[in-house]
Design a protein around this ligand. Sequence first.
Ligand code: NAD
Length: 327
Amino acid sequence: MEKEQDKLRIDELQSRLSQLAKAYYEEDQPLAEDHEYDALYHELVQLEEKYPEWVASDSITQRVGGDVSTGFTKITHDYPMLSLGNAFNLEDLKAFEERNKKIITGPIEYMCELKIDGLAISVKYDNGKFVQGATRGDGKVGEDITGNLKMVQSLPKTLDSSLTMEVRGECYMPKSSFVKLNEQRELDGKEVFANPRNAAAGSLRQLDSKVVKERELSAFLYASATPKELGVTSQSAALDALDSLGFSTNQERKICYSIEEVWDYVQEFQEKRPTLGYEIDGIVIKVNNFEDQEKIGYTVKAPKWAIAYKFPAEEAETVVEDIEWTL
Ligand code: NAD
């Protein structure tokens, strides 16, 4: 009886989460708050852990993001653009540390970075020149948004080097630009955006590049698709190398030498979050050393050497839509 009910619940969760993911990733019109989505997702993960034989290969827990929209040319990523596993409390972070310790002997350094709440982007440079920009899409195939990303001022059009490389980052709308944009939209009688993330995603995935220019988007880069080509052996050194090449990286980052130190950093930025000029929804914790990362490896969806601690829901968020939570 319990097994039958669990099976029904799995099907319900798959269907509801797919509906929410489509609205969020493909239509930039979320139907729920992130913490509500996260709670349903977590429930599904737990049920799938209980019944591994029922984990479908197309389960929402096994795929990244959403489908690409038809208005854009499709781009197949040379290297997959992955998601991140989530942590919601200190116990989850300790469990992450325990998993790492089973593989890595000796001390582990963690690079802590702010989790920027925007849209994942990939940008290619050929001989130091910006040639292509894409969304993450389903992780394998994204949308060609080169024209739109060229309008993002903080993305260099030419590098201080003739490198051919692909960088990854997050494109976002600063809070001040978001407020200004929504005020103007209200005056114009247009629908307002639910939050800066949707405003950024909606702006980047529309077809007129001139509009993107007016929207004052910005970007923080946090990785190279082939970091070894930068001649570095760790995430912290990769970020420094991106700085030297003229990329905008987030300077609020810290190497931590224990999970307790990571936790202090998490607490610090949970408090500082409202004072930042851009939205963050958590802290990304990455095993710093590339050799260690390779040993720890990947799931089908995310690196096992990194985890995203998600902040608890903020009190004063915009209510997106009243929804029935009895699926
Ligand atoms: P994610 O957003 O939890 O994490 C992966 C993303 O983090 C990457 O794509 C990356 O671009 C970004 N990121 C930001 N800063 C980073 C940094 N410093 N280093 C590395 N990556 C960084 O995972 P996801 O699969 O993109 O999305 C899942 C999340 O989206 C859910 O947890 C949920 O909160 C939200 N979501 C909400 C709804 C909804 O209805 N509200 C629906 C679907 C998904």
